[in-house]
Ligand binder design. Structure first.
Ligand code: SF4
Length: 375
């Protein structure tokens, strides 16, 4: 199972919390799409003999692309790669872009999974985040997509801003459940240094919500969503049976993937590479046929092990001892078994059939436990 990720680095406006790579100037959109088409040609041997099971348009805001632009990218991928007939094709979109016409286009393009970044149903909070859509559009976009026949929809929600408390979060979750989407991704708001929010925090115009409140909201989310048939299959992701994200699950299971577009990452089993996070340079290097558009590192055994721990501990598939024994030298399994005992004792990790997963208590400490287990 392999996947292809395409990064579309444009947004209508900059959300105040976001540190992804994007530009709010769309003037290079044509040239950038051309460069992505060139990169598709150039990278033809990156996933040799692999069947492509997932294609994911992320960003940025891929719903800013025209039908023709998305078609050109998909057409080239289908022509040059062995894309499975029932591949999962996801496109991230913002609620304000999902007009009836846009949804018709996406249907024609055979996009079969929509990831709608609605983030909140609260008008004041959306304005504070500098989102480009209204609270009304958060809801209506999902309903419009469902009316157009999109079944496989995921929505993004953010919790932990100064506007959220346990009472308002319960209402948000109930609204999300009522929308009857089969998948929800939800993230605790983090204050990133190079963002407007990061700046405001630094000059004390904004304060961070305390960890205890965020933890309460996180646990409430698990409880409410699990009572409504959602499976908590990764720390930030909940899906109903049959609706887990195949694309992201592949990342977490260590499958290979090709990343196209500025800032996109690719993984090849033993090496990782990432494209330059600069639209002009990306376009320039591809035009010049220069390899300067990416950097590459060969992963050491320790790096591969740490990556495995970090990604698998966050999922319901967990860390498997036999996998460690098969893929790493015997010291890794020995050290892992020594270190994990403490977490089993603390009841933050549980073990069944040589597979170690986080308990509810452990989910609150996922990053800390993973870094303690690093080689
Ligand atoms: S639309 Fe998405 S990628 Fe663009 S600035 Fe907002 S959060 Fe970031």
């Amino acid at each position: 199972m392999s996947g292809i990720y395409i990064h579309i680095p444009f947004c209508k406006q900059a959300c105040h919390y976001c540190d992804f790579h994007f530009s709010t100037s769309l003037k290079n959109k044509d040239a950038l799409v051309k460069s992505i088409l060139m990169e598709i040609d150039t990278r033809i041997n990156y996933l040799p003999n692999k069947t492509i099971e997932t294609i994911y348009f992320g960003g940025g805001t891929p719903s800013l692309l025209s039908e023709k632009e998305i078609f050109q990218i998909l057409e080239k991928l289908y022509k040059l790669y062995n894309v499975s007939n029932n591949a999962e094709i996801t496109l991230e979109c913002n609620p304000d872009d999902l007009s009836d016409e846009k949804l018709k286009e996406l249907k024609r393009l055979e996009i079969n999974r929509l990831s709608i970044g609605l983030q909140s149903f609260d008008e004041e909070e959306l304005i504070w985040m500098n989102r480009a859509h209204t609270a009304k559009e958060s809801e209506s976009s999902v309903k419009r997509a469902q009316d157009r026949g999109f079944e496989n929809i995921t929505i993004d929600l953010i919790y932990g801003s100064k506007f959220s408390n346990l009472t308002s979060w319960k209402k948000t979750l109930d609204k999300a459940i009522a929308l009857q989407v089969p998948h929800i991704s939800s993230y605790n708001l983090t204050i990133e240094e190079k963002t407007k929010l990061g700046h405001d925090f630094k000059v004390k115009k904004e304060v961070a919500i305390d960890d205890e409140k965020s933890s309460e909201m996180f646990l409430e989310m698990i409880d409410r969503l699990e009572k409504n048939e959602f499976i908590h299959y990764e720390i930030s992701n909940f899906g109903k049976e049959g609706f887990f994200s195949k694309h992201n699950s592949n990342y977490w299971k260590g499958e290979h993937y090709l990343g196209l577009g500025p800032s996109a990452h690719s993984f090849h089993g033993t090496s990782r590479q990432w494209n330059v996070s600069n639209n002009n340079l990306y376009i320039k290097y591809l035009e010049e046929k220069s390899e300067a558009y990416f950097e590459k590192e060969i992963l050491t055994e320790t790096e591969r092990f740490n990556e495995y721990i970090l990604t698998s501990l966050r999922t319901i598939w967990g860390i498997n001892l036999d996998y460690i024994k098969t893929n790493f030298n015997s010291d890794f399994a020995k050290n892992f078994l020594n270190q994990i005992q403490e977490y089993i004792k603390q009841e933050t990790v549980t073990v069944k059939d040589k597979t170690y997963t986080l308990t509810e208590k452990g989910k609150l400490l996922a990053d800390k436990i993973a870094s303690d287990l690093f080689a």
